[in-house]
Write a protein that binds this ligand. Sequence first.
Ligand SMILES: Cc1ncc(COP(=O)(O)O)c(C=O)c1O
Length: 350
Amino acid sequence: MFLDKLKNFKSYKTETTPCRVKLSSNENPFELSDRLKERIKEEVGKIPFNRYPDPTYRQLKESVAEFYGVQPENIVLGNGSDELIHILITVIGDLSRPVMYPVPTFPMYQVSADILGRPKVEFPLDEDFQLRKESIDSALEKKPQIAFFASPNNPTGNSFDSELIRYTADSGVFTVVDEAYIDFSDKKDFVEEALDSRTNIVVLRTMSKIGLAGIRLGVMIADSKTASLIDRVRPPFNITYPTDVIGRIVLTEGKEEIKQQVEKIILERKRIMNAVRQIKGVKVYPSDANFFLIKVPDGNKVHRMLIEEGVLVRNMSHLPNMENCLRISVGKPEENDIFIKALEKVLNAL
Ligand SMILES: Cc1ncc(COP(=O)(O)O)c(C=O)c1O
């Protein structure tokens, strides 16, 4: 009885079919270096596991702040940015007033709103997956109090028009710019706006896309007043002791390594996108992220046949305006070669 409302609840689904090549979760395909792993082993070995971590995460916040060029008081830490998304949807404004976001986009905005029973205003992207002012205006008529813009957007890969993001914030909506993939883009971020209390804008970042999906560390960047208020509702020990320790090591001693991996991923993205463009019957969408989207003649079938070839990509065919679309995360060069060959083979066999 108490849980009846969850009977039809659709939780967030990921692709889990075991495959030789996994290009389905937008992770960084490269592992940390042995040098960093040794440092981590050394420091994790010193953790008093019977104790709680520092609830203020002072040292971790300092490392994160330095990594992003902001101050520790501008930071709220989350157990992944998923947790921060949920906290924001819980505390911003009145739960009876809607959350707005474009579709298709990252599903957690919808999932969190549904858990809380908060109304949603979903508005469509255009055929190039861009924001349209008319759609934003119609959404604003429903009086939302919080908006999410993933830019670069997942699963489409493109960045949004920053003027339209600012326009939404200027219309009096608390605006979250989710920059999970910004490291792979040359577009300007929203950090400056997020630090300015007059803008209604905050930024989300995550360590998951740059090599630390396993430790669950998300970051909100905001002006100090907004950050300190939201920090009050964060569960007291939401970051585990190991994450605290590993995060600090990687963000300080591993900075250069992450930068080099990101550069490699961007180069690989360009290389595979060019190769896939040569394959007949495939449309390749532009990308500012560590993944890209393609359209094929029969998405479900190609997805299945790629699995038979040992390659797992994300099937997006079920989403609005994404019929026959597949999302491909950039892998290691050798994995990408296997993907390109498999895609050629599958399309020839269709
Ligand atoms: C746009 C976007 N935001 C947030 C996240 C969640 O990241 P995290 O692993 O930090 O929870 C993802 C993960 O895929 C994402 O695509």
